[in-house]
Design a protein around this ligand. Structure first.
Ligand code: NAD
Length: 441
C-alpha cells in the first residue's frame, strides 16, 4: 500500500514512520521546507523516544520519504492522512484552516481513487467540510474522481507515541463506505494481530470519540486536583485517598495523580473546543467548563504555596525549576504549567534557574534570557532559596539530597508532582510541600 501523511508533527511523523515500519510505502509531506530538508538529513523536528531509530531505518530502506510537494507524490496513493495542527481559534473552537487547506490541495492534485482520512483532532462535522473542499477543488479543474472521506482520530501520547501507535489500545475509524473500510482494515491489519480492536463507526461518532476521550481524561485530572486541594484544608492526604479510590475497579488507578494541572497541545485545546461545540448546539457542557477553570487555577497552586512560605517576599529570591516540558518524555512546551509558574515568579521579582533534560531548546523560544539555563539539576539548585519540581522526569526522582542540601541556600522543596517522600526529606532537614497533603503546623 502507499500512504501519504500530510503534516509531519508529533502525530504525522509518528504515523508515517510506524506505517512504514510494518511495510507500507509512506511519503510524509509538510509545507515547512526546513523540516523536510532536516528529515532528509536525518534530523528530527521533535523529541520522541524510539522515533529517530524507526525514521532512520525506514528512510534508509526506502519505505519512508519526505517531500514538500504533494502534487508530485500523490499519484498512486491508496490513502492520504491529514495530520496538520488544529490550534484553538480566538473563541476556543478548533481552527480548521490548515485541515481545509490540505483538503483543497488533495482535491487539486489527486489522480485516482483515494481514501482521505482526517487524523487531526477535528470537531464533528469536519468531514463534511473536508468533502466539500475536495469536491470544489476537483470541480475547479474539471475533474471528477472517486474518493472517500474518513475519520481516524489519533490517541497516541507524547513521550510514548511510537509504542502507542505500534500497540494501540484500539483504532477508531469513522467511515461511510465499505470501500474506505476495506482500505483502512488492510492498512491497520499488521497492528491488530494481537487481538487489538479496530472499531468502525459513522464519521460523526469517530470525530466525537476523540474529544470525549480527551475530555474524560482532563476531567479525571481536574477532579483529583480539586479533591487534593480540599484534602489540604481538611487534613487528609490525597496520596492515600487516591489509592483508596483507585482500587475500586469502576474508578481505576490511572489518571488520578494530583499535580499542577494538565498542559500540552491536546487537553487544553480539546476541552475548549468541545465546550465551544456544546455552545454552538445550545448545550452547555458545565462539567467541562469547570474542568478547565479548575485546571487554570491548578497551574497557579505551586506559586501560591511558594508565596505563602516566603510571606510574599519573592523579590531577588532564587528558585530552581526542575523540568519545563508539559510532561516527561517530550520536548513539547505547549501550555506547559512551568510557563505559568515561571512567569509568576519573574513578575514577583524572583530569579529563576531552570533545567530540563530535553525541552530547553523549545523552552528558550518562550523564556529566552529571562531565566538562567542550568546544565543539570544540581547546577539549577546552586544557591537556590527553594527547589521546585515541575516535570517528573525520571532523572529527578532520586536526586542526591545530601549534595543538594549543601548547595542550596535554604533546604525547601516544592514538589508539584508528588514524587518525593516527604517524611524522608523532612528527616533530612528539608521543608517539603506537595499537592494535596496538609502541611504540619
Ligand atoms: P504539530 O503542530 O506538531 O504538526 C503539524 C504539522 O503540520 C507542522 O509540521 C506543520 O508545518 C504542518 N502543516 C501545516 N499546514 C500544512 C499544510 N497545508 N500542508 C502540509 N503540512 C502542513 O501538530 P501535532 O501535535 O502533530 O497535532 C496534529 C493534530 O493531531 C492536531 O489536530 C492534534 O490535536 C492532533 N493530535 C495530537 C496529539 C499529540 O500528542 N500531539 C495526539 C493526538 C492527536
Amino acid at each position: 500500500m502507499k500512504a501519504i501523511v500530510i503534516g509531519t508533527g508529533y502525530v504525522g511523523l509518528v504515523t508515517g514512520a510506524c506505517l512504514a515500519e510494518v511495510g507500507t510505502q509512506v511519503v510524509c509531506v509538510d509545507v515547512n521546507a526546513e523540516k523536510i530538508n532536516n528529515l532528509q538529513n536525518g534530523i528530527l523536528p521533535i523529541y520522541e523516544p524510539g522515533l529517530e531509530e524507526i525514521v532512520t531505518r525506514n528512510y534508509n530502506n526506502g519505505r519512508l520519504s519526505f517531500s514538500t510537494n504533494l502534487a508530485e507524490v500523490i499519484p498512486g496513493a491508496d490513502i492520504a492522512f491529514i495530520a496538520v495542527g488544529t490550534p484553538p481559534g480566538e473563541d476556543g473552537s478548533a481552527d480548521l484552516q490548515y485541515v481545509l487547506q490540505v483538503a483543497k490541495e488533495i482535491g487539486t492534485h489527486m489522480t485516482d481513487y483515494l481514501v482521505v482520512v482526517t487524523k487531526s483532532t477535528v470537531p464533528v462535522g469536519t468531514a463534511v467540510k473536508v468533502n466539500r473542499e475536495i469536491k470544489q477543488a476537483m470541480l475547479d479543474r474539471g475533474a471528477l474522481l472517486d474518493y472517500d472521506v474518513a475519520s481516524n482520530p489519533e490517541f497516541l501520547k507524547e513521550g510514548a507515541a511510537v509504542q502507542d501507535f505500534l500497540k494501540p489500545d484500539r483504532i477508531v475509524c469513522g467511515v461511510n463506505t465499505d470501500r474506505a473500510k476495506e482500505v483502512l482494515e488492510r492498512l491497520y491489519h499488521p497492528f491488530l494481530l494481537n487481538g487489538r480492536p479496530i472499531i468502525f463507526m459513522d464519521i460523526a461518532s469517530a470525530e466525537m470519540t476523540k474529544y470525549a476521550a480527551n475530555a474524560m481524561l482532563a476531567t479525571k485530572i481536574s477532579f483529583i486536583n480539586d479533591i487534593a486541594n480540599l484534602c489540604e484544608l481538611v487534613g487528609a492526604d490525597v496520596n492515600k485517598v487516591r489509592k483508596g479510590i483507585g482500587s475500586d475497579a469502576r474508578i481505576g488507578n490511572s489518571f488520578i495523580y494530583p499535580g499542577i494541572g494538565y498542559g500540552g497541545s491536546c487537553f487544553p485545546k480539546d476541552v475548549k473546543a468541545l465546550v465551544r461545540t456544546g455552545m454552538e448546539y445550545g448545550h452547555g457542557l458545565r462539567i467541562l467548563e469547570a474542568v478547565e477553570a479548575v485546571n487554570n487555577d491548578q497551574k497557579k497552586v505551586l506559586f501560591h504555596k511558594i508565596s505563602k512560605h516566603f510571606d510574599g517576599m519573592l523579590k531577588d529570591k532564587t528558585f530552581a525549576v526542575w523540568g519545563l516540558s508539559f510532561k516527561p518524555g517530550t520536548d513539547d512546551m505547549r501550555e506547559a504549567s512551568s510557563l505559568v509558574l515561571i512567569e509568576a515568579l519573574l513578575e514577583a521579582g524572583a530569579k529563576v534557574r531552570v533545567f530540563d533534560p530535553v525541552a530547553a531548546h523549545e523552552a528558550k523560544k518562550t523564556l529566552g534570557e529571562s531565566v538562567t539555563w542550568a546544565t543539570d539539576l544540581y547546577d539549577a539548585a546552586e544557591g537556590a532559596d527553594a527547589v521546585l519540581l515541575v516535570t517528573e522526569w525520571n532523572e529527578f526522582r532520586l536526586p542526591d539530597w545530601t549534595r543538594i542540601k549543601q548547595i542550596v541556600k535554604t533546604p525547601v522543596v516544592f514538589d508539584g508532582r508528588n514524587i518525593y517522600d516527604n517524611t524522608y526529606l523532612e528527616k533530612n532537614g528539608f521543608i517539603c510541600y506537595s499537592i494535596g497533603i496538609s502541611q504540619p503546623a
